[in-house]
Design a protein around this ligand. Structure first.
Ligand code: FAD
Length: 344
């Protein structure tokens, strides 16, 4: 197609020749279908499309309804297995976010994260040491009276309201196509022209694959107007609590329970507002909106592996990132690309 148009427009042998060469190179790259337009699917789609793969994302849902749009989202390994692999993917992703924060309109910045416990001490994890984490005095500059102990470190803050549109645009600029409102009942339904399938269906993989090892770890957050808060505050002890200031608003959380219910619960909203306001020592702010997402937790750990469809095509699974989909996204996508390159 490209060679034909070059022939028509230039009429010169050399440019036709160059165009054919380019076409041969492009045609050597395979058609890849990515299932899912959350952070996992979009990140994989970008790496594949930017490497010249003819990439199409198929997704049932896009936009604010998906789990990725409910996330805080800060870089922090949480509610994910297996530990060693997760830390490797997380640190790889940290380095990419550290570059992305210099890119205009990416929605990525660096923020001070204060992590607290309610009782006793909280040790600094080994992986956090190499990122410069230090112990925090709860009676320090901004008193967090409810907490006994904590540590502080700089982490990437990913403003999903800016970052997900940024990923979508970057994918399109790389030549990727997005086919939304497409529900797949089975992986084999991907059209035969796609030689490789990357499965990034999040909790949807539970039925799509199917995979009984996946567990929906439901999380609800409340979005409130921007506050005078220049750090993210997190406490993993019950009740789970976090406040994450973003460009235009602030995310209050949260919950983590096994449930498929994607509807916001008004009583939970009140509890989240109450606990965050108490910890931050402010009056309950106005509610802008509520969001619910199902963290795709996989008991045996993230599934990042190559397999075969019944017709022999390759499927690369990339799901089960639990509460760390953003934290692991670039590291995992790089492995998906490695699997694809090994096939081609
Ligand atoms: C409240 C909350 C807070 C969180 N905070 C953080 C945080 O601070 N940091 C962090 O790293 N992570 C956080 N997470 C976790 C993170 O949001 C998830 O790990 C991540 O969003 C999973 O992304 P995903 O792309 O794999 O799945 P999703 O975002 O769920 O996307 C799945 C995609 O696959 C599509 N799909 C599914 N099934 C099918 C099908 N059968 N056919 C077609 N398409 C299908 C969906 O429509 C969707 O487009 C949080 C999660 C929640 C709920």
């Amino acid at each position: 197609m490209r060679a034909e148009s070059a022939l028509r427009t230039s009429g010169h042998g050399p440019s036709w020749h160059i165009s054919v060469q380019t076409d041969l190179l492009v045609s050597m790259k395979k058609h890849v279908a990515v299932i899912g337009a959350g952070v996992s699917g979009l990140t994989c789609g970008i790496l594949l499309a930017e490497q010249g793969y003819l990439t199409t994302i198929f997704a049932e849902e896009t936009g604010t309804g998906i789990t990725s749009a409910a996330a805080g989202a800060i870089w922090f390994p949480y509610d994910v297995e297996p530990f060693d692999a997760a830390i490797k993917w997380a640190l790889e992703s940290y380095r990419v976010y550290d570059l992305l924060r210099h890119e205009p309109n990416s929605g990525v910045s660096l923020i001070e994260l204060q992590t607290f416990s309610r009782h006793g001490t909280i040790p600094i994890p080994e992986w956090a040491n190499e990122l410069g984490a230090t112990l925090l005095d709860p009676s320090g500059e901004r008193p967090m009276a409810s907490f006994s102990h904590g540590f502080v470190m700089q982490v990437p803050l990913i403003d999903t309201t800016i970052y997900l549109p940024y990923l979508t645009k970057r994918f399109a600029v790389a030549g990727g196509r997005l086919t939304d409102k497409t529900h797949l009942s089975a992986l084999d339904e991907i059209p035969a022209e796609f030689e490789i399938v990357a499965n990034c269906a999040g909790i949807g993989a539970r039925i799509l694959v199917p995979d009984d090892d996946l567990e929906p770890h439901r999380g609800q957050v409340v979005i409130v107007p921007r506050l005078d808060l220049n750090c993210a505050v997190v406490c993993d002890d019950e009740p789970l609590m976090y406040a994450i200031p973003r460009t235009n608003d602030c995310v209050f959380g949260g919950t983590n329970e096994i449930s498929d219910n994607r509807q916001p619960d008004p009583a939970t909203t009140e509890k989240i507002l109450g606990e965050c306001s108490r910890v931050l020592n402010i009056g309950p702010p106005r509610v802008l909106t509520e969001r619910v997402g199902l963290r795709p937790f996989r008991r045996s750990g993230v599934r990042l592996a190559s397999d075969r469809l019944t017709d022999g095509r390759t499927v690369i699974h990339n799901y089960g990132h639990g509460g760390s989909g953003f934290t692991l996204s670039w590291g995992c996508a790089a492995d998906v690309l490695r699997f694809a390159e090994a096939i081609c």
